[in-house]
Design a protein around this ligand. Structure first.
Ligand SMILES: NC(=O)c1ccc[n+]([C@@H]2O[C@H](COP(=O)([O-])OP(=O)(O)OC[C@H]3O[C@@H](n4cnc5c(N)ncnc54)[C@H](O)[C@@H]3O)[C@@H](O)[C@H]2O)c1
Length: 351
C-alpha cells in the first residue's frame, strides 16, 4: 500500500492506494474514526458487487453499520436523493461523532460528500472511490455537490474527507467505456504536469499492461491533484490547470445534451482542440497535437467531434474561468508543462 498525505492545514488526510485495500477497510477506517455508527452510501451497480464484503469488514470491527443504496447514474445527484440520504441517516440516529462512507463513483462521492457536509452541520466522511475518474479526480480535493435543474454542481461545498481509500482492483468490473472515460483525465494529468506519466501511458498497449500499472498511475495522478489542491483549495487560481481541455469539452457535452459523449470523451476531443489552438498561436510546441491524438486513439477516446466553431465561442464566452472580456485558456507549452493564457474573447473568435 502507498500513502499520500494531503496537507491542508487542520484538515490533513491520507489517500491510501493499494491492490486489495477493500479487505483492510475496517483497519484503515479505525485510524481516523473512533465512534460507533457508520452509514455507507453506494449505488445500485456498486452495491451488489462490493457492499456485502465491505460491510462485513466494518461489522467485524464492531461498528454498527447501515447501507443506503441509491439508483446509479447522474440523475441521483439531486435534491430528492439528498433528502433521501438525510431521512435514512436520521432514522439511523446518526450524530456528528459518527461517520459517513461514500462507496462508489463520482456521483455517489459528490452526493454523499454534500450530505456529510450539510447534515447536522457536518459529519465526518470517508471516500472509497470505485471508478477511475473518482479515484484520480473527484474523491480528492473536497469538492462535493448536487445538480439543480438549472445546471450541474450548482449547490455544493468544499468539504475534505477524513481519508480516501483506493483499491484499483475494483476497476476490473468497470464497463470499458467508463474506464476509458477516466483515462481521459489520467492522460490530462500527464499532459499538464508529468511527461514521464504521459510516456508511460503512451507505452501501454493492452488492458493487461494497463492493469499491471494502474496502481502506479492512480498514485501519480492523486499526487498531482494533491499538490494542486494544497496550493489552491478553494479553486481561485492554480486549480484551474486541471481544466485543461474542459472548456472545449464542456461545449461538446452541452451541444450533445450530455447524452452522446461522456465527460471524458468531451475532454479528450477538447484536449486535441486546446493543442491545436496552442500550436496555431505559437504557444504549444509543434507535434504536440499529433502525440495527443495518438495517445487518445490508443485508449479508444475521440480526437474530433462534429461541432460548430460558434458553439465553442459561445462556451468560451460564458466560461467560469473568464474575467470580463478575457478568458483564461489552459494550454500546453509542451507535454508535461501547462500554461495559463489570458486571451481576449474577440481574439479567440478569430482563430
Ligand atoms: N468533486 C469533484 O471534484 C469532481 C471531479 C470530477 C467529476 N465529478 C463528478 O463525478 C461524476 C462522474 O463520476 P463517475 O464518472 O465516477 O460516474 P458514476 O459515479 O456515475 O459511475 C459511472 C458508472 O459506473 C458504475 N460503477 C462505479 N464503480 C463501479 C465498479 N467498480 N464496477 C462496476 N461499475 C461501477 C456506476 O454505478 C455508474 O453506473 C459527475 O457527477 C461529475 O460532476 C466531481
Amino acid at each position: 500500500m502507498q500513502r499520500l498525505r494531503v496537507n491542508i492545514p487542520k484538515r490533513e488526510y491520507d489517500i491510501c492506494i493499494g491492490y486489495g485495500l477493500f479487505e483492510k477497510v475496517g483497519e484503515l477506517i479505525g485510524e481516523v474514526f473512533g465512534g460507533e455508527k457508520i452509514a455507507v452510501v453506494t449505488d445500485s451497480n456498486v452495491g451488489p458487487l462490493y457492499a456485502e464484503k465491505f460491510l462485513n469488514q466494518l461489522t467485524e470491527k464492531g461498528y454498527e453499520v447501515k447501507l443506503i443504496e441509491i439508483p446509479f447514474g447522474e440523475k441521483s445527484k439531486s435534491s430528492e436523493m439528498l433528502e433521501k440520504l438525510y431521512t435514512e441517516m436520521l432514522e439511523f440516529k446518526i450524530t456528528r461523532t459518527d461517520l459517513i462512507v461514500a462507496l462508489g463513483g463520482g456521483v455517489v462521492g459528490d452526493l454523499t460528500g454534500y450530505a456529510a457536509a450539510s447534515l447536522l452541520r457536518g459529519i465526518p466522511f470517508v471516500q472509497v472511490p470505485t471508478t477511475l475518474l473518482a479515484q484520480v479526480d473527484s474523491s480528492v480535493g473536497g469538492k462535493v455537490a448536487i445538480n439543480l435543474k438549472q445546471g450541474k454542481n450548482l449547490v455544493g461545498a468544499f468539504y475534505q474527507p477524513k481519508m480516501v481509500i483506493i483499491d484499483p482492483n475494483c476497476l476490473k468490473t468497470l464497463d470499458d467505456r467508463i474506464l476509458m472515460d477516466g483515462m481521459a483525465e489520467v492522460i490530462k494529468y500527464g499532459a499538464i504536469y508529468d511527461s514521464k506519466l504521459f510516456e508511460l501511458l503512451e507505452s501501454i498497449k493492452t488492458r493487461e499492461e494497463l492493469f499491471a500499472n494502474i496502481e502506479e498511475i492512480v498514485y501519480n495522478c492523486c499526487d498531482i491533484k494533491r499538490q494542486v489542491v494544497e496550493d489552491d483549495e478553494y479553486d481561485t487560481g492554480k486549480r484551474m490547470i486541471l481544466n485543461f481541455g474542459h472548456t472545449f469539452g464542456h461545449a461538446i457535452e452541452k451541444k450533445y445534451n450530455y447524452e452522446t459523449y461522456t465527460h471524458g470523451e468531451g475532454v479528450a476531443a477538447g484536449m486535441v482542440m486546446a493543442c491545436e489552438f496552442g500550436e496555431k498561436t505559437g504557444v504549444t510546441v509543434s507535434g504536440t497535437t499529433e502525440r495527443m491524438k495518438n495517445i487518445l486513439m490508443s485508449y479508444d477516446l475521440p480526437i474530433a467531434v462534429d461541432i460548430e466553431k460558434q458553439d465553442i465561442i459561445d462556451a468560451v464566452a460564458v466560461d467560469k474561468k473568464g474575467t470580463g472580456s478575457k478568458i483564461n485558456l489552459i494550454l500546453l507549452d509542451e507535454i508535461g508543462k501547462v500554461v495559463i493564457k489570458k486571451i481576449d474573447k474577440n481574439d479567440f473568435a478569430k482563430y
